[in-house]
Structures are given as C-alpha cells and as structure tokens.
Ligand binder design. Structure first.
Ligand code: ADP
Length: 627
C-alpha cells in the first residue's frame, strides 16, 4: 500500500468527511477530467494517424451498476501510465489548497472543492472505494489504481484492452442524513449532466431504459434500453447570449476557473469580420490566491474550432488586465499552430486588441453603472491598472487613465480624475496631490493647509505605485499634476511671492549658517509662504519626492546605490519662529545651529519621516527645557 503525500492525505480526509452540501459536483469533476483526456488524444490524432480514431469516435460513457452500487465514468482519452497515476492521483499539485482551507475553515459556503486541482478526490465525497483502470496511448500495458480512502492507494496491473480510462466509484451506504443511492438513478445522473456538464464537447452517453407497452399486446410492458446522449454538446460560449442565464455563466466560470465566488462581470463577445471569434471572459471579484506571486500565469484559454489548443495564452491579455479569466475560440487559427508561431500570429494580435477594448469598456460601464462594485473591484486590482499606466513608458496611459481611482480630500472617497477636474473651482489650474503612508498621515502634512484654505481638492496617494503613475501621466485634461510637497509649489499671489523672495535674499547668511549645522541632510533652507499654522515643513527639489525615495530604496533590486531626494527645509516666514531665528543669528549662532537641528527634526516628524539621530534630538529638547 502506498501512502498519499501528507497534503493529499489531509485533503482526502476532508473529502471523506465532507459536510459539503454539493456532493453532487463529484460527477462534474470526473466528467471534466474525462473530457480533458479526450481533448488531449483528439488533439494528437490530428497529426498522428496511429491514434486510429476520428472526431466522431470520441465519447464519454456513464454506466450504472445498481446491484454493485457502482457508477463508472469511461473515456477513450489519453489514459495514464503507472507513473502518471502516481503523479496525478497520489499527490496534489497545488500546495496552496490546504493553507487556503485553514484560513477559510469557518466559511461554510466557500466552494473550495475543485479549485486547486483536487477534482478527482471529490469522488470520495460519495464513494468509499475508487478504482481507476487506465491504459495510456502507446503504452504496453494497462494499470489499476485503487483506494479506499485516506490510508493509501495501490497501483497494479489491469486487463483493460483499449486506450482510455474507467473511473469506478463504489458508493457509500446510505445514512439517515445522506442518500447516496440517488446517484444510481438514471434520471438523477441525466439531471446532473445537464446541470454541470451540458457544454462538454464530447457526447456523454448512457444506456437509458424505459418501460414501454409491448406492441400488439395490450396491457403488457417491457423494458427497452436505448443509447442516449445526455449533453447538448454546445459549448456555452457558442450559444446565444439570450439563451444563457447568469447562473449558467457563473456555474461555468466557477467550475472552469476554480473560483468559489461569482464573477464581478461577464463579457461574452461574438465577432465576425477581420477576426472571427467567440470570447467569454470574466472579471473576478477577488484575486486568486496566487495572483500576487511569481507563479501566477496570465492568459486566456485558446480554442480553435472548439478544440483547446492552449490553456493560458498570455498574448491575448495585456499585463494590466492579467486578472481577467476566460477563453477565446477562433475559426481563424490553425489547429496545429505552435506556441512560437502563435506569438507572431497576426490574427491573434488582432483578437487581443479587440479584447482589450472590450475589457476596458466593460470596466468603464461598471464604473458608471455600478460604482460600489467597481470600487470593490478596484481594491483587488487597482494596483494592476496603475502599474499599467507606469509600465512601458506610459504607452497605455490613455487606455487606463479614466479607470483610475484615488482617495480624494473631497468626502475622503475614491475619485476618478474626471470627477476631480469637474469639481475644480475657478482659478484652480492644476491637480493637487500628496503622498504618504495613510490618508490620515497625509492630511496632517503642513502643506495641506494652504490648499484646503483655497478649497482645492487633494488626491491622497497611499500606494507606492501612485506617484510613479501620475508622473507618467504628467497631466490630465490639460491640467498638470502638482505634488504639494514639491518645493516649487506655492499658491501665494505674485506680490506675496515677490515679498517672500526679498525676505529670502535678506536672510541668505542666516540660512547658510543653519545649513552648515544640517550638513548633507538638506539641500537648502528657506522661508516659505505656503504654511499657515505650522512653523516648518520639508519639500523636495527636482522631481524625486520623499515618498518616491522611500519606495525606490525599499525595492529589492535597488542594489547598493540609494537614491536621495533633494530636501529643502522650509520655514514659515510669518511664524514667530522666523523672527526668533533672525535674532539668534545676530546674537547667538551656537543656539541658532541647535535650533536648526531641532526644526529639521520637527519637520521630519510632521512629514512622516523618522529623525535620523533621535538621541541628539532628545538631548537638544532637554537642553531647551532646562533653559
Ligand atoms: P485537475 O483535473 O484539476 O488537474 P484532478 O485531481 O481532477 O485535478 O486530476 C489530476 C490529474 O489526473 C489530471 O490533471 C489528469 O492529468 C489526470 N487525470 C484525471 N482523470 C483522468 C482521466 N480520465 N484520463 C486521463 N488523465 C486523468
């Protein structure tokens, strides 16, 4: 007896003791596997005549053996070797599954089953013994995998003669709460196939018996068995939109793309013309568990004339829409096109272009028609869109700028740039923003006062990528983006500016003396007219802001080289401290230099930076207290 890998064992336990209410989905899982296996062999048969089967030969068959309490799902797909069995049914590929389960243990309705490649194991929700007889295409012999549950499994020989797989599930005994015998009823099976597997492209056949009156013999009945196909075989995406209910779309989405929640949006497009294709795409409500990891692969499934030719075709989706799940079925692609050829395929590029437009307009629709849903979506994927603006030297900014949201000082709600501009009062010519760790911290910035006084709105940027994205945009609707923490930012009138300049020129020696005390930590010291209550603030010169400095230096690849923002210590020219400093310059330069350090420390703290030398800072404060 072989042991399941420890994770698989836990999962098996979970399946066996499942209180999951949708146990019936086991059939969907086993049938999907059968269909995938057929797809694989069918795809091969297109180029390999030794397969010896043509399109019409492929089928899935369901057999019910009431006496033995066994239900069999039989396919003539690619089959598995002993090695495949070990690899596929002895382990679970995705280790994320169980971690995920722990987090969500209390959420009962979460459909985690079937999400992480655990599909096959769901057979143990209804069965107490599962036997898999299989023969791989081209293999010398057939194998049998057998398991009665968590204890383990065996792999041995099988006398299966033809290529393909038989999954036989021996149903558990009925209990007071659970009725397993229902899966031995032909009506029930037919109903489940219609519900979950109707679109499967291959026929799902079953022997169907009906009691019929015997011809010519009144009152006499006989059992007649006929072969029936249970599914309509039309892939969902080929049906007309009007024939599909939202529930059907979502059932399809959840099964195929392994989500436990409905999609936020469904995009079903049929196009004829330059590129002929059917596309069915979904915008998820939440990121998949691996979305923000390197393992995540973007892409859409690619079908050609109904045959799956690639599971995740990355060229169909731009990076900024990598969260979209779905598929494309095109008549125009050749079936045996290779991956390398696909990359250069003109048709594919054309399709990708139109899909991008469709996704964008769907998001725009959501933004206007269902703001709450859009804001939810944005919480999950907004960062992605902002990276999209920034990446490729801003090449895609026009596509994305109207999809962006930033928290605004106006009602502290997310606002689009369009909304911001529409609310700009007369006289405002720029879009103001400030960056920081949290909205609360930004609101405390001294620089905010003057902007607020004018009733101008401020965009609060709290994510690392935000400022970089705005830098790439440069302007929106002709309005420049202005960081209120930039040293050049000043809302004063021309006269006020002039007066300030004079004050600054007059105080040149004072500033030199202060700068000497501060050394390299600042680029310059000067008076400012932008502050109201606060005595000091820090600004930056030359486009690299303090927040950007933080972000860039925190990046793993920054190497030894640290970037440095050019910081200016600005002093409120109308604050009593200004006069005090002037006085100290004349009488006590030693104290002036200590005050310079104290003021710089203060400005750092207000601006959300830490004080470089806290010990010195507190010593200076004490000294001051004792005076
Ligand atoms: P998933 O289908 O998500 O990969 P499963 O646990 O359902 O996860 O199946 C694991 C693997 O076992 C499949 O990926 C496939 O390689 C193999 N497999 C399952 N059923 C069959 C089958 N009927 N024919 C061939 N291979 C199969």
């Amino acid at each position: 007896m072989r042991q399941f890998k420890s994770e698989s064992k836990k999962l098996m336990d979970m399946m066996i003791n499942s209180i999951y209410t949708h146990k019936e989905i086991f059939l969907r899982e086993i049938v999907s596997n059968a269909s995938d296996a057929i797809d694989k062999l069918y795809f091969r048969s297109l180029t390999d005549s030794t397969v010896g089967l043509t399109a019409d030969d492929f089928a899935i068959r369901i057999e019910i053996d009431k006496d033995a309490r066994i239900i069999r799902v039989i396919d003539n797909g690619c089959g598995m070797t002993a090695e495949d069995l070990e690899k596929n049914l002895g382990t679970i590929a995705h280790s994320g599954s169980l971690n995920f389960r722990n987090e969500n243990e209390k959420t009962e309705n979460v459909d985690i089953i079937g999400q992480f490649g655990v599909g096959f194991y769901s057979a143990f929700m209804v069965g107490d013994k599962v036997t898999v007889d299989t023969r791989a295409f081209g293999a010398e012999e057939a194998c049998r995998w057998e398991s009665c549950g968590a204890e383990g499994y065996t792999i041995g020989k099988s006398d299966k003669a033809d290529v393909g797989t038989v999954v036989a599930i021996h149903l558990k005994d009925d209990t007071e709460e659970e009725n397993y015998s229902e899966y031995l009823e032909q009506y029930r099976i037919s109903e489940l196939i219609k519900k979950y597997s109707d679109y499967i492209r291959h026929p799902i056949r079953m022997a169907w018996s009906t009691r019929k009156p015997v011809e010519g013999k009144e009152g006499e009945f006989e059992d007649v068995t006929e072969d029936r196909v249970l599914n309509s075989m039309v892939p969902l995406w080929k049906k007309n939109k009007s024939e599909i209910t939202p529930e059907e779309y979502n059932a399809f989405y959840k099964e195929k793309f392994r989500d436990w929640e409905d999609a936020a949006r469904v995009i079903h497009a049929k196009t004829e013309g330059q590129a002929t294709y059917n596309a069915l795409m979904f915008i998820p409500k939440h990121p998949p568990f691996d979305f923000y990891t390197k393992e995540y692969e973007k892409g859409l499934q690619l079908y050609s004339k109904g045959v799956l030719i690639m599971d995740k075709c990355p060229d169909l989706l731009p990076d900024y829409f990598s969260f979209v799940k779905g598929l494309v079925d095109s008549e125009d692609l050749s079936l045996n096109i290779s991956r390398e050829m696909l990359q250069h395929d003109h048709q594919l590029k054309l399709i990708a272009k139109t899909l991008e437009k469709k996704i964008r307009s769907e998001l725009e629709k959501m933004l206007t028609a269902d703001r709450a849903a859009y804001e939810e979506f944005y919480k999950s994927f907004g960062v992605q869109l902002k990276f999209g603006v920034y990446n490729d030297y801003g090449m895609h900014k026009d596509v994305l700028q109207d999809l962006l949201l930033f928290t605004s000082s106006f009602e502290k709600k997310p606002a689009t740039l369009k909304e911001y501009v529409s609310r700009m009062p007369e006289g405002q010519d720029s879009i103001y923003f400030a960056a920081g760790e949290t909205v609360e911290k930004i609101e405390m910035l001294p620089q905010c006062d003057a902007v607020r006084e004018k009733n101008y709105e401020i965009l609060y940027l709290t994510e690392n990528v935000d400022e970089f994205a705005l830098m790439m945009l440069q302007q929106y609707d002709g309005k420049k983006f202005v960081n209120i923490c930039d040293d050049g930012f000043d809302l004063s009138s021309e006269d006020e500016k002039k007066a300030l300049e004079e004050k600054n020129t007059a105080a040149k020696d004072l500033f030199d003396c202060m700068k000497e005390a501060l050394g390299d930590s600042v680029q310059a010291v000067r008076f400012t007219g932008k502050l109201k209550e606060h005595p000091v603030c820090l600004t930056s010169e030359g486009g690299l802001s303090l927040e950007m400095e933080k972000t860039l230096n925190a990046m793993p690849n920054a190497g030894g080289e640290k970037v440095k923002a050019q910081i200016v210590l600005e002093i409120n020219a109308d604050h009593p401290i200004a006069e005090k400093l002037n006085g100290l310059y004349d009488n006590d330069r030693d104290t002036l230099q200590k005050y310079a350090k104290l003021l710089y420390g203060e400005a750092c703290l207000i601006g959300g930076k830490s004080v470089a030398d806290p010990v010195e800072h507190s010593k200076l404060i004490c000294e001051l207290m004792l005076k």
